[in-house]
Design a binder for this molecule. Structure first.
Ligand SMILES: *[C@@H]1O[C@H](CO)[C@@H](O)[C@H](O)[C@H]1NC(C)=O
Ligand SMILES: *[C@@H]1O[C@H](CO)[C@@H](O)[C@H](O)[C@H]1NC(C)=O
Length: 216
């Protein structure tokens, strides 16, 4: 009897961990986030549904290009629960992404969301890397109208490979997908990760880790 119980428990654990990999399902029609509320919960508390307005479910301005005059030549306008409180508990958000010619959205991950990246203008080289031990790069060149999936949690990037501006829309499976930029997290943390750790981890001298840190 003991072994089947262990197997059942293992199966249960796997099912639970899969279910927890995305935002929780809503338990009511609407739960407009009370963004100013003092209560701290996993997500946002709801305001009284009777007080919900159309504007709680509305966002305007996605026709506006972002400012790509920066180091990477890219910009992200994320429309998450912080901008559209009606997204609270619905497990979805979106973003407009702009790229200067040859602009890059550098390697990053979304800890809570799978992303579907849809090209509106331009050509892109995109890719993601699978987890250990394979660390396989899965990449593709995309044209206008193409879409590509970045699975939840995996490191991915997009580069505009054209002489013109690029525009894309990202759809994300969380009201609050989060983003961890690898360069900023590893070389730009506050306080910084010590060079003893970074030089050992990346198998280079501290002069190299210091130079990279200076860029973040
Ligand atoms: C874009 O960002 C750059 C760098 O921060 C700034 O100098 C420039 O004024 C911005 N352009 C616009 C149109 O806001
Ligand atoms: C970093 O320092 C090592 C020795 O400490 C040296 O061999 C290497 O050339 C240096 N690299 C750079 C980029 O300065």
């Amino acid at each position: 009897m003991a072994i089947p119980h262990i197997i059942l428990f293992g199966l249960f654990a796997v099912i639970c961990s899969v279910a927890l990999a995305a935002d929780h399902s809503p338990l009511q029609d609407i739960c407009v986030a009370d963004l100013a509320g003092p209560v701290l919960v996993n997500g946002r508390p709801c305001k009284d549904p009777k007080l919900a307005q159309a504007d709680d479910f509305f966002f305007s301005g996605l026709h506006m290009p972002g400012n790509t005059t920066n180091t990477f030549g890219s910009s992200v306008n994320l429309v998450s629960v912080a901008k559209v409180p009606g997204l609270n508990t619905l497990g979805i958000s979106m973003a407009r992404l702009d790229y200067a010619p040859w602009g890059l959205n550098p390697p990053h991950t979304h800890p809570r969301a799978t992303e579907v990246f849809t090209v509106l203008e331009g050509s892109f080289y995109v890719g993601f890397v699978t987890s250990n031990p394979e660390n396989r790069l899965i990449s593709k060149v995309l044209q206008k109208g193409d879409a590509f999936v970045f699975p939840v949690g995996l490191i991915h990037f997009e580069r505009n490979i054209g002489h013109t501006n690029g525009v894309a829309i990202a759809s994300l499976s969380s009201q609050n997908p989060g983003a961890i930029s690898i360069g900023s997290a590893v070389f730009g943390s506050k306080p910084d990760i010590s060079n003893v750790i970074l030089a050992h981890a990346f198998q280079v001298g501290k002069n190299v880790t210091n130079r990279i840190k200076a860029r973040f």
